[in-house]
Design a protein around this ligand. Structure first.
Ligand code: NAD
Length: 441
């Protein structure tokens, strides 16, 4: 397993758990140290227990030693990051660096070796797996055998172990039948309930991942656009959402208005889709609009803060409940809370934040952005307003009276529509939410 991030570590642990011998490789000594000491470098429900079980059973090890890891592996999964590059396209430097490392080891093993399968699990633009193949081939020459495949991952952070163990589908993009057979065997234990393993060509497999993420991002931007219309016309988007969701053709998932999508996947994958179009002269106005609406959603929400306090936020103390881009994860990549805190800080406000698990990442990645406190009520002490930026369960039924008694002014910016307007009114709170009329007491 190349990369021990959210995908590599979960994949490696789950494959070990079905009886495979797995070596997890990373270039980050800190992560490997934590893992070797029996810790878990990411917050993911159920993962620490599964890690411990498989380390104990001697099926799961961790290393910084590329050569040793690649030499013995029969199947190599590349699970490194593919962040947005300067031009909006996916930055493939980590994927291709891993490919070259693999190439060097395969070359040294010579033409008689059992061919290794190099699987791209990272989310990559169509054609990347063949770039990986070409990069390895350039190093090893024509006579050394190996195969490549694409196997996009669909796990959700926060439910990653469950998603990996019970996938809706497994997508395998292969160039030859034999590779498909080996990978299918590896995944059979995970689809005993009958969910499909779909073997297809590499290019289509790569596209399945982008098409899926782009579609889900579209649903989120769509409901956010409808929320803006609801606000302008006096409708309540929560009622509208429920009305829409009752139609099975529409469904209710990913139809929650809020602060727009964040995280390490949707923002970069929609941008990568647009860049894929640009590279081939294919216009992608829908993907562009999905991205634009998402960016706009944060600006719109910040405008609500300014509508309450004016554009100069000097001297105000704003509390943030939630930093992670969604609940049940410590991932703060492209999190709306970060963008909003940056806007508020630029406008002069002081920010204080509480998150059940993401504070450490915030302190490390955004030092000086906000004061971090250990509980949600401490955050609102003396605050002029609280911004509910992540829908963690513990924010859903707060003690409103306690909040009111602690805050300088009882203003709530409910970025996740957690509170009913009736509750807000009965508790004497001033509440701004998304796609609903503000409650001004
Ligand atoms: N996070 C998700 O929910 C999710 C879901 C599906 C797909 N994906 C995709 O999977 C890929 C990985 O995502 P992630 O969130 O796990 O990333 P991550 O940033 O959490 O982890 C990537 C890891 O790879 C390591 N790495 C980089 N170069 C390396 C090298 N040459 N050798 C060994 N290790 C190396 C990094 O140190 C890091 O630990 C991305 O393409 C992402 O789009 C992510």
């Amino acid at each position: 397993m190349v990369g021990t991030g959210y995908v590599g570590l979960v994949t490696g642990t789950c494959f070990a758990n079905t009886g495979n011998d797995v070596v997890c490789l990373d270039v980050d000594p800190e992560k490997i140290k934590v893992l070797e000491e029996g810790g878990c470098p990411i917050y993911e429900s159920g993962l620490p227990e599964l890690l411990a079980k498989n380390i104990e059973a001697d099926r799961l090890t961790f290393t910084l030693d590329k050569e040793a890891a690649y030499q013995t592996a029969e199947v190599i999964f590349i699970c490194v990051g593919t962040p947005t590059g300067e031009d909006g396209s996916a930055d493939l430097q980590y994927v291709l660096a891993a490919a070259r490392d693999v190439g060097a080891v395969i070359k040294a093993l010579g033409p008689e070796q059992k061919p290794k399968i190099v699987v791209v699990k990272s989310t990559v633009p169509v054609g990347t797996t063949h770039k990986v193949r070409d990069a390895i081939r350039e190093i090893v020459g024509p006579d050394v055998p190996f195969a490549v495949a694409d196997n996009p991952e669909f796990l959700k952070e926060g439910a990653a172990v469950r998603d990996f163990n019970y996938p809706d589908r497994v997508i395998l993009g292969v160039d030859d039948e034999e590779t498909g057979v080996v990978l299918r065997q590896l995944y059979e234990p995970f689809v005993r309930s009958g969910n499909p393993i779909m073997v297809m060509d590499v290019l289509s497999a790569e596209m399945v991942k982008y098409a899926s993420n782009n579609f889900l991002a579209t649903k989120i931007s769509y409901i956010n656009e409808m929320a803006a219309l609801c606000e302008a016309y006096g409708a309540d988007v929560e009622r509208v959402r429920r009305g829409m969701s009752a139609d099975p053709r529409i469904g209710g998932k990913f139809l929650y208005p809020g602060l727009g999508y964040g995280g390490s996947c949707f923002p970069k994958d929609t941008r990568a889709c647009i860049a894929m179009g640009e590279a081939k002269g294919v216009s992608t106005p829908l993907s562009q609009a999905v991205n634009d609406v998402n960016v706009m959603q944060r600006t719109r929400f910040f405008a609500k803060i300014c509508s309450q306090f004016g554009e100069d936020l000097q001297g105000l103390k704003l509390a943030f409940w939630g930093i992670a881009f969604k609940p049940n994860t410590d991932d703060i990549r492209e999190a709306p809370a970060i963008t909003l805190m940056e806007c508020c800080q630029r406008a002069g406000a002081t920010c204080v934040a509480f998150d059940p698990v993401a504070s450490e990442n915030c302190a490390r990645q955004h030092p000086g952005l906000c004061a971090l406190v250990g509980n949600m009520y401490e955050a609102v002490e003396g605050a002029d307003a609280v911004v509910v930026s992540t829908d963690w369960d513990e924010f859903k039924s707060p003690d409103f009276a306690r909040m009111k008694s602690l805050m300088r002014t009882p203003v709530v910016f409910d970025g996740r529509n957690l509170y009913s307007t009736a509750t807000a009114r009965s508790q004497g709170l001033i509440v701004h939410s998304v796609g609903r009329q503000p409650v001004n007491v």
